[in-house]
Each structure stands twice: as structure tokens, then as C-alpha cells.
Design a protein around this ligand. Structure first.
Ligand SMILES: Cc1ncc(CO)c(N)n1
Length: 223
């Protein structure tokens, strides 16, 4: 018997082009090919630190909604709590990495694409936005980074040694497993969701993909 095609599988097939645009962006390709402009990397580092700080309350809101969803016999709360814990570590890592590269985090202002992405996250914190919809955004946000940076660690990649640690942070296998757990959570929710919620969730996935592309663009094309 053939395994049932999940909703996320359907979406990824349908939106493959946009998805690849987010996970195989020229910024990521330039890391993988070893010709990245280090100033672009530093821009990304500083901007992503700002993003991650805004990501924390968003993930906390997903956690709250998972808990309130009440039928959490599946351990959604624990998976998401693991995500919150990882973000704590991630913020320390950004500070350490910024110091290493001489990036002054306190003096960085968010660029327009970053502001818009953070505003989008804030809009999802609202209690009116369903758990399923926010979980889809969360899964997509994490998975895009996982796939992007894992691409830079493949055998034939020429990623500069000084950027390997960054790629490992999201490209490692256990982060991949965590992304799979998020995907299972999402598919389980979508399985029992109304058509209205499914439609909203798919639209949210597309918005995430667009914001991710804009985010990479911001670092890649320096202003
Ligand atoms: C812009 C962006 N997307 C996703 C992640 C993954 O946490 C991140 N750190 N930054």
C-alpha cells in the first residue's frame, strides 16, 4: 500500500519553484560555492540576530496555542519547547559570532525586509490566528534554514571553513529531525482542519517563503 500524501507534501510540490527560491537563494549558493562576500555575510548575521529576537515571542505564542489546543496527547508542547530552548542558545551564539566578525550588534538597525518580516511574525501572535496556521509558519521558517544551510554542507560544497560552524548550526542532522517533528505536527493538525484554516495556512506558507527570499536578498544585495 502506498503511503498517503500529506498536505505539506502537496504544498511543497505545488509551490516547488518558490520553495527552491527560498532554499537555493544566490546568497546560499555563494556560501556553498565559496565566493561569498564577507560583508554580505556580516549583514546577514546582524540582521538575523534582530530577526531571532523577534522570533522568540512568536515561538512562545505557538507554544501557548499548542497548550491551549488541549488535545495535546502528541507532545506538540515539548517539541516546541525544545525550539524555545534552542533559541536561547542561538542568541548566545549570535553574540559570540558577531564578536568574532567585529559586528557591533547594538548599533544595527533592522532593514526594511527584516522589519516587514518581524511585523508579519507579530501579526501571527494574535490570539485570533489559529494554532494550525502559526504552526505552519513555524515549520516553514525553521525548515527553510535547515535546507538552505544543509545544502552548504554537502560533500561537493566549497563552503569556506570559517562559515562551516554557521552552516552546522541549522544544517545539522538533529535540527533536521526537529524540523521533521514540526512537519508531523503540522500535518496532523491539517488532517483535521477546516477548509478555511487550510486555505489560510497555505497562504501563510507562501508569505513565509516570500519573506525568506526578501530576507536573503537584503543580505545579498548590499545597499
Ligand atoms: C530569517 C530567518 N529565517 C529562519 C530562521 C531559522 O530560525 C532564522 N534564524 N532567520
Amino acid at each position: 500500500m502506498q503511503a498517503k500524501i500529506t498536505v505539506t507534501e502537496t504544498w511543497l510540490r505545488k509551490h516547488r519553484h518558490l520553495y527552491d527560491g527560498a532554499t537555493r537563494h544566490p546568497f546560499i549558493r555563494s556560501i556553498r560555492d565559496g565566493n561569498i562576500d564577507i560583508s554580505a555575510f556580516k549583514t546577514w548575521l546582524g540582521q538575523d540576530y534582530i530577526f531571532v529576537r523577534a522570533f522568540v515571542p512568536f515561538v512562545a505564542s505557538v507554544l501557548t496555542k499548542a497548550y491551549k489546543g488541549s488535545d495535546d496527547g502528541n507532545g506538540d508542547v515539548e517539541v516546541i519547547l525544545g525550539g524555545v530552548a534552542a533559541l536561547h542558545d542561538e542568541i548566545s551564539w549570535f553574540k559570540k559570532e558577531a564578536f568574532k566578525w567585529g559586528v557591533q550588534l547594538s548599533s544595527i538597525a533592522p532593514q526594511k525586509a527584516n522589519q516587514e518580516y518581524c511585523r508579519f511574525l507579530e501579526s501571527l501572535i494574535s490570539p485570533e490566528v489559529e494554532y494550525t496556521v502559526t504552526a505552519v509558519a513555524f515549520w516553514a521558517i525553521e525548515t527553510i534554514y535547515q535546507e538552505s544551510f544543509a545544502h552548504c554542507l554537502e560533500d561537493d560544497s566549497k563552503t569556506p571553513p570559517e562559515l562551516k560552524e554557521t552552516c552546522q548550526r541549522w544544517g545539522n542532522e538533529s535540527f533536521g529531525e526537529y524540523c521533521n517533528s514540526l512537519r508531523n505536527i503540522v500535518d496532523r493538525q491539517l488532517e483535521k482542519a477546516s477548509d478555511d484554516v487550510i486555505t489560510k495556512a497555505e497562504a501563510t506558507l507562501l508569505r513565509v517563503l516570500e519573506h525568506e527570499v526578501d530576507f536573503w536578498n537584503m543580505s545579498h544585495r548590499r545597499t
